[in-house]
Write a protein that binds this ligand. Structure first.
Ligand SMILES: [Zn+2]
Length: 88
């Protein structure tokens, strides 16, 4: 298996550092991710942001963020449809 360097991705994607290690996870919306960061303490939010990589917040609506289960839990993003799951 080889991995091509992807400098310019037509579809903007970010992923946490654990994806390469083969962790399981899901994609979340960039806006959702940023909202989650805003709920976290500054230090924790910064650490989480560094795991995923930087992107302009103005690009968030066009960015997909892949998080492993552990990172999703850390960011309190239990699932892509967390709001609906809570309502059930
Ligand atoms: Zn992770």
């Amino acid at each position: 298996m080889t991995t091509k360097p992807t400098l310019e991705q037509p579809h903007r994607e970010r992923e946490c550092v654990h994806r390469r290690a083969g962790a399981e996870g899901d994609f979340y919306g960039g806006v959702q991710f940023i909202r989650a960061l805003q709920q976290m303490r500054g230090e924790a939010a910064l650490a989480m942001a560094q795991k995923v990589g930087a992107f302009f917040w103005s690009d968030a609506p066009r960015v997909s963020v892949w998080l492993c289960r552990a990172c999703a839990r850390e960011a309190a993003l239990a699932g892509p449809d967390i709001a609906e799951a809570d309502a059930a």
